[in-house]
Design a protein around this ligand. Structure first.
Ligand SMILES: [Ca+2]
Length: 261
């Protein structure tokens, strides 16, 4: 086999999911998504959380925040507004679901800028944030696409054409129920919908920027693109809600949502 062919074969055999992992050559330090949003976009929502909540439930956060999980445990306080910080502590066990809050967004290209920290109150603190459209059929609960931060890595996921597509979800569930390995074609398909990079979580404040532009999604931390991926679901024409899913504890001090178009 000649060298060209060997290289080509190596390229073709490389796992698809790793091909679009963050490449510093493609995103030099001068590429700044917060700047892109400010320059090209319109600020459609801003919440600095400088107020006190009006009651116990997650809907008491005010300023248009809603929660699909608040009514499961109305007696437990899962969101506390304290000194300009939204402190989320999920009653995951009691509610049978991680705390979920969302706010209207409404863009095709654009994104969110979030100041957050893991307070270090629990092990395995994680944060999933992204976009939802419950008005489009064929997607479980309208889940479109997400950035997911765990203690050891950060992922981007196209759920719309991946694990939350109703046909894919149903087929996958049959194997999960039987505790069987996914068939190769399904496994390979799902791997193209998600990319992951290693990351070490800490308890500092960070500025997170999550954007979609065409079929690309990018996640930046403190001014640098950490991970990006291209997948057809990211191009969904209507990111109707911006949502947080918090299984444990997370503090958020500022949220901005920008529409580029
Ligand atoms: Ca604040």
């Amino acid at each position: 086999m000649n060298t060209t062919l060997t290289l080509l074969t190596t390229f073709l055999l490389a796992p698809l999911a790793t091909l679009h992992a963050a490449d510093p050559k493609q995103f030099p330090p001068s590429h700044n998504d917060a700047g892109w949003l400010r320059e090209k976009g319109t600020l459609i929502f801003h919440d600095p959380f400088e107020r006190e909540e009006t009651g116990k439930g997650m809907k008491a956060i005010g300023n248009g925040w809603e929660s699909a999980t608040a009514d499961r445990v109305p007696q437990i306080k899962q969101a506390d507004l304290d000194s300009g910080i939204l402190k989320i502590a999920s009653a995951t066990k009691e509610a049978g679901h991680a705390a979920h809050i969302h706010h209207d967004a409404g863009f095709t290209d654009g994104g969110a800028v979030v100041r957050f920290k893991f307070p270090g109150l629990n092990k395995d603190e994680s944060l999933q944030l992204g976009f939802v459209d419950r008005e489009t059929k064929g997607i479980h609960a309208g889940h479109l696409c997400y950035g997911i931060l765990s203690q050891s890595n950060i992922s981007l996921m196209d759920s719309k054409t991946g694990d939350m597509n109703l046909e894919i979800r149903q087929r996958r569930q049959e194997y999960l129920d039987r505790k069987e390995k996914l068939p190769a074609d399904l496994d390979a398909l799902l791997k193209t919908k998600r990319v992951t990079v290693p990351w070490n979580a800490d308890t500092d404040w960070h500025e997170l920027v999550l954007v979609t532009e065409g079929d690309e999604m990018r996640l930046s931390l403190d001014g640098k693109v950490i991970i990006h991926h291209r997948s057809e679901g990211f191009a969904h024409p209507m990111k109707r809600w911006f949502s947080f899913l918090v299984p444990s504890t997370v503090w958020i001090e500022d949220v901005k949502i920008w529409k580029v178009n």
